[in-house]
Design a protein around this ligand. Sequence first.
Ligand SMILES: *Cc1c(COP(=O)(O)O)cnc(C)c1O
Length: 447
Amino acid sequence: MEYQDLAKKDFQYLWHPFTQMSDFTSCPPLIIERGEGIYLIDTQGNRYIDGVSSLWVNLHGHRRPEIDQAIEDQLDKIAHSTMLGMANVPAVLLAERLVEKTPENLTRVFFSDNGSTAMEIALKIAYQYWTNKGVSGKTRFVSLKNAYHGDTLGAVSVGGIDLFHSIYRPLLFPAYHAPSPYCYRCPLDKSYPACALACLEELEKMVESHRDEVIAIVSESAVQGAAGMIVMPQGYMRGLREIADKYGVPLILDEVAMGFGRTGKMWACEHEKAWPDIMALSKGITNGYLPLAATLTTEEIYSSFLGDYTKTFYHGHSYTGNPLACAAALANLEIFDRDKTLEQLPPKIQLLSQWLEKFQELSHVGDTRQKGLVAGIELVKDKATKEPYPREETVGFQVIYKARDKGVAIRPLGDVIVIMPPLVIPEGELDRLMEVIYECVKVVTEG
Ligand SMILES: *Cc1c(COP(=O)(O)O)cnc(C)c1O
């Protein structure tokens, strides 16, 4: 079908996520037809570096023969069967692999199909863990301002991005939101490291004063992604673990975005050995092939659900443990071992950080933040005062539309330009990606 016809039907029938549709129609849509390694190819044959890994899901590139094959092989057997009361071969094997690969204290895997559900499950498990133990009054989570845990209402309740979440507040359960560890715009007006992690102290006070009420501490791991790649300062994650231990509450870590090698280690919690009691995984789990998610727990939490029917975890989804998705995930994990993906990352991480230093010279780059192969570049109207651009200027979008014309597909978070390429991006292409973004930021912000 011709591009023009598809574009017309896109405008006519589709409702795009996180998109003001009345603006959307003012710009010709990008319609992807194929993928090849780190490239997206549109219906007109234009190639784009997939600079945000198809919204943070792709690790090893598109059309990986091993994963294509694993799905085909599974398709020859069965596409789907239920996990309610029975298992399937890839789900069993994947659960074993995930337990082997994740922190040692995590021993059980509950499957679902996206990051939001992985977090809903984490929240429900944590809540019911206490009721199963016969402890009452545990009704509040402590989570963070600027948190993003997905778009379902439980995940939104512990979320803390006002632009996305405040409209739903009347529908949500209340949660305590501790200050965001956003050093560039510190909510406590302090600066790191002189602050001695004062934001963490605030969180501790919250847990302490509500200790009988607190179900769990909930946080993204190492980086608050959707809020603009806010990298937690050194010691913050360790501090979360210590507070959880001190007050005897579980720590729920959302590794949906930062898991699977993004930050240079397999799990972002590894950097500070902040092992969670419950961990949510999704995005990278199938290399972006099929929807799948997993919530892992400790044996202690799992075993609190054993016994009579009142302790059962009454939760499941039609596609829980989908065999095609689990087969893709198994092949995806094998690639890490075979290609030594993580061992290849240090020079790329180094190159990215050199580029970010160069960006800091630009007159409208307020802050650059990096964790591994993930980065955010925060554009500001006034570098001295950190004054943001007015929202209606949509500076972030101007940059990405310019980059699109130069063969780079990226997606901003407000005025933060996000860089999150597939882990396999060669250094040459990473260089090109950064060069294009550099030029586009310069042209858009400096004219
Ligand atoms: C994307 C994301 C989610 C939600 O995952 P979906 O698959 O989009 O529902 C949850 N937590 C974090 C940290 C994320 O980045």
